[in-house]
Design a protein around this ligand. Structure first.
Ligand code: SF4
Length: 193
């Protein structure tokens, strides 16, 4: 049963990157959170810098919730990484706080775990706040360039009906990439290559 790690970040979310508005990772404009740290080491991972379990950008659950609800145009959130379920309890709390103020927001969560592996208490709490789970390890040779699955072995699970109208788009739609300028310099690529 994985626990949230690193353990010394109680109440803080360990963030690799944030994008306050993207249209490349799900329907509509979405607030995207990439968390730091992943227990998997998929060959060809597009975010190898986000695999190590090290302290990256930390933010309190309350502060991040405020930043999300302050984005008036978003219709949802996408949580990726890194491995979101290694911070499952904190992310579940975040989502409950956000939805208390913006109940219409939908949530897409990526994970390297298969859905039947997400059976510990904190993982179930995050699943309870997730509308669509895209689950499974990334297999480079199975990247068919379609939909939000990084590779065709991954599974799109509709945990609630809210994003069912976008089933074809999520599973087989044309991908788009965005490039956002970072305040600290350089650019952030958003989307599935
Ligand atoms: S699960 Fe995702 S973030 Fe983790 S190594 Fe695999 S592709 Fe990278």
């Amino acid at each position: 049963m994985p626990n949230d790690i690193p353990q010394n970040l109680s109440g803080l979310i360990n963030i690799a990157e944030l994008c306050p508005s993207s249209e490349a990772l799900g329907p509509g404009k979405r607030f995207v959170i990439w968390v730091q740290g992943c227990p998997f080491e998929c060959k060809g991972c597009i975010a190898p810098d986000w695999i190590p379990f090290r302290k990256a950008h930390t933010m309190s659950i309350e502060e991040l919730a405020e930043r999300i609800v302050a984005e008036p145009e978003i219709c949802g959130l996408t949580i990726s990484g890194g491995e979101p379920f290694m911070q499952a309890s904190r992310l579940a709390t975040l989502l409950r706080k956000v939805k208390a103020q913006r109940p219409s927001l939908n949530v897409i969560t990526f994970s390297g775990f298969r859905i039947n592996q997400l059976n510990w208490q904190d993982a179930l709490a995050l699943l309870a706040e997730t509308d669509v789970l895209i689950a499974g390890l990334f297999v480079e040779k199975l990247n068919n360039g379609r939909g939000l699955k990084g590779s065709s072995n991954q599974t799109v699970h509709f945990l609630t009906p809210s994003l069912l109208p976008f089933k074809e788009e999520l599973e087989n739609g044309q991908r788009g990439l965005e490039f956002h300028l970072r305040v600290e310099g350089g650019h952030l690529m958003v989307g599935i290559p």
